[in-house]
Write a protein that binds this ligand. Structure first.
Ligand code: ASP
Length: 349
């Protein structure tokens, strides 16, 4: 479906500007990241510093004020690998608060790309609203030759102003693509097309100044969530990820349990397979009433159930990668520690 929400829509068929109309009100929240970073030269694309804020980002894209009335706010200012649970809750509460304002029609969150998918998925699970929520980042600093941040930001605001973006869950906009928070993941360390959804594909794109949506995420999200941010509380349960590999020991499971985790996500080999040490780790988790989710280090595909899941009270992560499985397990544990109930969440969110 094509929706013309670019500047062309402000021009009549004969190219003459049509009467000014009220611009949509979009809240734009900054959190830091490469999109707000600068480097020593235009050809230095990596090893940069977080120096800017949301105003600096917007000053680089004056055109964005022709398509939306913006209310800018800096929520946190960190590289996203430093976002902790407290900041995640702060971000989600601000997103929810600005969307609760009747005249705000959508929100854009600027964010570092390293953990963008975790925040986007957390919002997908906790913001019980249908207004558009668009998360945007950049792979190159603002000082770079062919910096991607400015156009990514412009496109993100455009998507947030489109009625068709409502009700599709949290969206991630980079590199002209519109990804669903449930599916998209960072798949390259440096390339500008880093955000991909290999199996499910992106749900839309921006092309020729128009927004094209072509499918919908199928899981439960936003409006239908059972984890509204208002009910999440201030202390998210501690959940760690353990990466399995040849010759792995059991010491990381012991350390995590001693640290007081409520859940462990296994980035398992293959289809969530249990090595001998991972099986020992799952047994120890069960003994200490720690929930154990089998995800995978493999880039795509569904982790299917195992007969041992019943015996060891394990949960199969469906198609959630380890970092997203951790987000869902944290929220699930705010409601239940029953592994069958948690499995039902993983099969539907
Ligand atoms: N390199 C990251 C970025 O692209 C830094 C971060 O995640 O904050 O934004």
């Amino acid at each position: 479906m094509e929706i013309d929400t670019g500047e062309q829509s402000k021009m009549g068929a004969n190219g003459v500007g049509v009467g000014a109309k009220r611009l949509p009100h979009i809240a734009i929240l900054g959190t830091g990241g490469t999109i707000a970073s600068t480097a020593a030269s235009a050809t230095q694309l990596h090893d940069y510093k977080l120096t800017g804020d949301i105003d600096a980002i917007l000053n680089a894209v004056p055109q964005v004020r022709r398509i939306a009335e913006l209310r800018a706010e800096q929520v946190v200012s960190v590289d996203s690998h430093d976002i902790d649970n407290a900041m995640l809750l702060t971000i989600a509460r601000r997103v929810d608060a600005v969307l609760s304002q009747p005249d705000v029609e959508g929100v854009v969150l600027t964010h570092g790309t390293d953990t963008l998918e975790e925040t986007a998925y957390f919002l997908n699970l906790t913001i019980k609203r249908s207004k558009p929520i668009v998360v945007v980042g950049a792979m190159r600093p603002s000082t770079a030759l062919s910096a991607d941040g400015p156009l990514n930001l412009y496109n993100a605001v455009r998507v947030a102003t489109s009625a068709q973006a409502a009700g599709k869950g949290v969206l991630v906009v980079l590199n002209d693509r519109i990804g669903a928070a449930r599916y998209v993941s960072k798949t390259s360390t440096t390339a500008t097309d880093a955000f991909r959804s290999f199996e499910q594909g992106c749900i839309g794109e921006i092309a020729g100044g128009k927004i094209h949506f072509y499918n919908m995420p199928t899981g439960i999200h936003t409006q239908a969530t059972e984890f509204p941010i208002q009910g999440v509380g201030d202390d998210l349960p501690l959940v760690d990820i353990i990466y399995d590999h040849q010759n792995a020991g059991t010491h990381l499971y012991d350390a995590a349990i001693r640290a007081g985790v409520r859940g462990i996500v296994l980035a398992a080999t293959g289809n969530g397979s249990l090595s001998r040490t991972a099986r020992a780790g799952a047994r120890s988790a069960l003994h200490h009433d720690v929930r154990f989710v089998r995800s995978t280090r493999v880039a795509q595909g569904v982790v299917t159930s195992l007969a041992d899941d019943e015996m060891l009270h394990m949960v199969a992560a469906n198609s959630l990668n380890p970092q997203k499985a951790r987000i869902l397990l944290m929220l699930a544990l705010t409601r239940t520690s029953d592994f069958r109930a948690i499995q039902a969440y993983f099969d539907t969110y």
